[in-house]
Design a protein around this ligand. Structure first.
Ligand code: TNX
Length: 520
């Protein structure tokens, strides 16, 4: 088996199918346009490297790749069947996502050169005979990219989305605001990007190295609303939902630098060039809550996702403790302390989002001081937050630092590789990750919507560096998120070897894993 993530069920068959200049793609009239669209995508992909015309036809013929629509309950929406025989390849699914994943699998059954972007002469494009029935284990298979600590160009985000799609991941969690920058154009508040998108310098070396010094180079950038629309639709074409993250009430320095009235102190702030947890957080004036809702109004028009991520992590309460006005509000609202104040803010935002038919998700700190009704928790400080929330009957997404933080070192000898934040998460550990905590009963486990990988970019200044940290560990996590049943690391490595050959064609800057260094 060469497909990654590994299909749920497959049986090798005798024979094989050769793709050639006469092969057609058959999309009967009964296939709805949304699924037929996948056939167009498939032709586009396959044409690049094969140079074959691969026309779309409505009538059945031999030497073809045939799409067949199944009645809805026979397979889940993301499921598909793929059968490769001598005369034809048959793809069955009930919905566009299933056809899309079948097409991804078919590409991976072909030689890795099919991922080349120019015609490869002299190739035999042979697909080995196989029967596959496949569907994912988890519904939420995500990857988070931090585009704040380092701005990532739109073209890179698109190529990253292509790689997510190749791994059958379906959520792109886009970290857009933080202390070091505000990267989303908000028409009502232009200073968020005029001021907030730019910092005057960036920390040199590691946060733990003292004294801190910055490089003095202006860094920044932001995504216009047109960029966002383009990315959201690019993702949708690849069956990926984009979930924006707008941080509150902490990780807010860039916004406060742009609009000082949102903060708690009178002295002006600059957009941060240093990593870590900063004490500057939003105040809790009604006007600030209004500001957040106005920002979200625009966010909601840009992002059709059911979930909106509001951050909520790492909120030092120092400024609130010291602010007479926040203290007065805590009193007036009858709250016990600053934790309840945070919870109050998140609840207000939760109510706002529900009133617009959306759903709040936040990092596990939103549990502190009481969880907002219906809120979904993203568990990052280990699994505890996720377990607690699921036991309370809330949905959760597992994102524990221990296994899913791809900003950690991939090697024990830290001097052997570029500076990273810390930790040690080698490929084998990522592969060993178990997304459903054993502490949960079957019923509680239904609250685990899925899991995701995190790419925080403090120590990843360039897209190539992001690729180096993401791959191949994200391949291992994709397998964990998608494939039900027993794991087999040795078999994973064999499939990975093929995936790396595909990466070579695509020009992905992956880190060659030790286990495969002698062979690749
Ligand atoms: C903690 S994870 C953070 C981020 C950092 C990350 C570095 C989380 C919700 N907050 O702000 O970038 O650690 O690993």
């Amino acid at each position: 088996m060469t497909i990654l993530p590994q299909p749920a069920k497959f049986i090798a068959q005798s024979g094989s199918f050769d793709l050639n200049a006469e092969t057609a793609i058959v999309v009967p009239h009964s296939i709805p346009a949304s699924s037929g669209r996948v056939a167009e995508q498939l032709t586009t992909w396959l044409r690049l490297a094969t140079g074959y015309p691969l026309p779309l036809r409505e009538t059945v013929s031999s030497n073809s790749i045939r799409f067949e629509l199944l009645a809805s309950p026979s397979l889940p929406n993301e499921g598909y069947r793929l059968e490769v025989g001598d005369e034809q390849v048959v793809i069955q699914a009930t919905a566009p996502a299933g056809f899309f994943y079948a097409a991804q699998s078919l590409r991976q059954l072909l030689p890795p050169e099919v991922f080349a972007t120019t015609v490869q002469p002299g190739m035999v494009w042979r697909v080995p005979g196989v029967w596959i029935e496949d569907a994912p284990r988890l519904g939420w298979r995500g990857a988070m990219l931090d585009t704040v600590r380092h701005y990532m160009p739109v073209d890179f985000i698109k190529s990253f989305l292509d790689l997510l799609a190749l791994h059958k991941l379906n959520v792109f969690h886009w970290h857009l605001t933080d202390d070091q920058g505000w990267r989303l154009e908000i028409e009502r508040y232009p200073r968020l990007t005029e001021v907030g998108a730019w910092r005057s310098g960036t920390l040199v070396g590691h946060l733990d190295d003292q004294p801190h010094h910055c490089d003095g180079t202006r860094h920044g950038g932001f995504y216009t609303q047109a960029d966002v629309r383009e990315i959201v639709s690019y993702a949708a074409e690849r069956h990926i939902t984009v979930i924006p993250e707008i941080e509150m009430p902490g990780h807010a320095t860039a916004a406060i630098a742009a609009y000082p009235e949102l903060g708690n102190r009178s002295e002006p702030l600059a957009v941060q060039g240093i990593w870590g947890i900063h004490t500057s957080i939003f105040n809790v004036q009604p006007a600030t809550l209004e500001f957040l809702k106005h920002v979200l109004d625009e966010v909601l028009t840009l992002f059709p996702s059911k979930f909106i991520h509001i951050g909520g992590d790492e909120v030092p309460k120092k400024e609130w403790r010291e602010s007479p006005s926040v203290q007065a509000q805590i009193q007036a609202l009858g709250l016990k302390d600053e934790h309840q104040m945070q919870s109050y803010v998140i609840k207000q935002i939760g109510i706002f989002l529900s009133s617009h038919g959306r759903h709040l998700i936040g990092w596990d700190e939103i549990l502190e001081g009481g969880l907002a009704e219906g809120a979904t928790v993203m568990s990052w400080r280990g699994e505890a937050g996720g377990i607690a929330a699921a036991k309370l009957g809330h949905d959760v997404v597992m994102a524990p630092g221990s296994h899913t933080y791809l900003d950690h070192y991939q090697v024990e000898d830290r001097t052997a590789e570029p500076l990273a934040i810390g930790g040690f998460t080698p490929l084998e550990k990522a592969y060993a990750y178990e997304p459903i905590p054993k502490e949960l009963s079957k019923t509680e486990a239904r609250h685990v919507l899925g899991a995701q990988a995190q790419l925080w970019t403090e120590y990843m200044p360039t897209p190539r560096h992001v690729e180096f940290m993401a791959f191949p560990r994200l391949c291992a996590l994709a397998d964990v998120f998608w494939t039900p049943g027993a794991k087999d690391y040795a078999a994973f490595l064999l499939r990975l070897e093929k995936q790396l050959q595909r990466f070579d064609q695509l020009g992905v800057n992956y880190r060659p894993p030790e286990a495969l260094r002698s062979t690749t």
